[in-house]
Design a protein around this ligand. Structure first.
Ligand code: B12
Ligand code: SF4
Length: 415
């Protein structure tokens, strides 16, 4: 069949992010005729879409809805309006529309209800169910666990038997900013931090791809002329034995490509050195809290006292470092927020202003996170709150004013 794989529009200029979810899907659909189209690359997405429909004549349009909103407080940008406009354009087209992606998967019922133009919705990983659905549409074959209807069953992919992502389904040379192209070596996360949706989306244990397959992806990107990529994995240094195995393979591969990864603080200096040797140029930490109490309430691993030493170690081996905090989180209030700002000024001024980045965000509470359940149980939100409209876990009073001021300055500075 002719299938147009579409990344949903963002509706505003944004740093382009290569649609790796669709690349994995494309890798499983090699017997079909495919065309990739990233509508987030253009403000005027109607023209590229109608052009693609006219020239390619797809029978199926598979749309990836990655994000519902940008999770920013106090000014939140919603991606639902451009998605809605995309659906309006598709009203006059007669083929089959299928949707999936993380934004879809957190709210599948709401999205299917709001957008009747979607013929089928596939929550979760799409690699098993989408080919099954296409076979069903082509040949009438049955789909295990599905009794009809617009919502298809949620099925985890078997990473052992998965074909590699097809990095050629779309022109990769359009993604030039650092870290805009991803490689995924594992899925899921075993840590279940209280605000996080990762285990809901891809399982509460680590599922690792074979290191050979990961190295194959690295070589493929190198062949395509990519000079830097980002590991999109939840925690690159967990589980530790897989982390070590992958590091060895990266070292042995002698690939000349740079990369970045998200780590937690349970990483040693010698592992950081090995990462640097294997091509790492940047690491990101997401401690989120700055006190042991805050870490515990967020169910984060690690101790507050470990953060500065590990950031210093990473800088000492020449890695750029990103550190992410929340302005307000369970167990931490205004004083902790001031400490985070102090930490930011301290590490940036002592470890390198241009190589040490600190982001202080706000928890955008998503459905299916443990925190969403907690907020319902404690009456912070109504029992029937869906969290589709943004809900933030935020401070009140001076903490909130200061955070708004902090964000205002950042917006003025960075646009
Ligand atoms: C890595 C990552 C980033 C990196 C991306 C780096 C890169 N080069 O790719 C960075 C840091 C840049 C980033 C930025 C943002 N991110 Co982010 N990110 C992730 C993360 C951890 C992994 C995404 C990923 O690459 N997955 C790997 C691929 C293979 O999986 P996938 O995309 O989910 O695709 C699979 C399925 O979704 C499905 N699928 C996908 N498309 C389709 C289409 C069809 C038709 C079908 C059937 C199936 C299907 O099948 C695919 C294969 O299994 C997720 C969390 C998570 N666990 O998913 C958050 C996540 C996607 N991000 C999120 C957010 C909010 C953002 C930002 C808006 C944050 C911000 N304030 O700027 C920005 C938006 C950037 C953008 N333009 O998209 C949210 C989205 C929540 C929501 N429901 O709206 C998530 C879910 C995290 C969370 N908070 O819960 N992100
Ligand atoms: S915040 Fe990070 S470590 Fe915690 S559950 Fe989510 S992905 Fe895992």
């Amino acid at each position: 069949m002719r299938i147009l794989l579409v990344q949903a529009p963002t509706g505003r200029p944004e740093a382009p992010i290569y649609p790796i979810g669709l690349a994995f899907i494309a890798g499983q659909l090699s017997r079909h005729e495919l065309m990739g189209l990233d509508l987030s690359l253009s403000n005027n997405y109607r023209v590229p879409l109608t052009n693609a429909i006219e020239s390619f004549c797809p029978e199926i349009i598979a749309v990836s809805l990655r994000n519902i909103d940008d999770s920013s407080y106090p000014v939140t940008y919603s991606y639902i309006k451009p998605f809605s406009e995309l659906m309006d354009v598709l009203e006059s087209w007669e083929g089959i529309v299928i949707s999936g992606g993380t934004g879809f998967s957190i709210y599948p019922e709401i999205i299917l209800e709001r957008f009747p133009r979607i013929d089928y919705g596939i929550p979760g990983e799409g690699e098993r169910t989408l080919p099954e659905l296409i076979d069903h549409l082509e040949k009438g074959s049955s789909i295990e666990g599905w009794s009809g209807g617009r919502m298809l069953p949620w099925k985890q992919a078997d990473l052992g038997s998965l074909s590699p992502p097809d990095y050629r389904f779309i022109d990769i040379s359009l993604y030039t900013i650092p870290d805009s192209i991803g490689i995924q070596s594992r899925r899921g996360c075993a840590f279940n931090c209280s605000y996080c949706t990762y285990s809901y989306l891809s399982g509460s244990s680590f599922r690792c791809r074979s290191v050979d397959k990961v190295i194959r992806d690295v070589r493929e990107l190198e062949d395509l002329g990519v000079s830097r990529f980002s590991f999109v994995d939840s925690v690159f240094n967990a589980p530790e034995n897989y982390f070590e195995e992958l590091l060895s393979a990266l070292e042995e591969s002698e690939c000349g490509i740079s990369w970045s990864a998200w780590l937690d603080q349970n990483v040693t200096l010698s592992q950081l050195v090995r990462m640097k040797t294997a091509g790492a140029v940047k690491v990101d930490f997401s401690p989120d809290a700055i006190t042991d109490k805050g870490l515990k309430k967020l169910a984060k691993r690690g101790r507050a006292a470990d953060l500065l030493p590990i950031v210093t170690s990473a800088r000492s081996v020449g890695l750029q470092v990103g550190i992410n905090f929340f302005s307000s989180n369970p167990g931490e209030g205004f004083l902790a927020f001031l400490r985070k700002i102090w930490f930011m000024l301290r590490v940036r001024s002592t470890l390198g202003w241009k190589s040490t980045f600190v982001n202080i965000g706000t928890i955008r509470v998503y459905a299916h996170s443990p925190l969403a359940g907690y907020m319902k149980r404690t009456g912070s939100v109504d029992e029937d709150c869906t969290f589709f409209e943004p809900v933030f876990y935020r401070s009140r009073g001076p903490g909130d004013w200061l955070y708004r001021l902090f964000q205002r300055v950042r917006r003025l500075k960075h646009g």
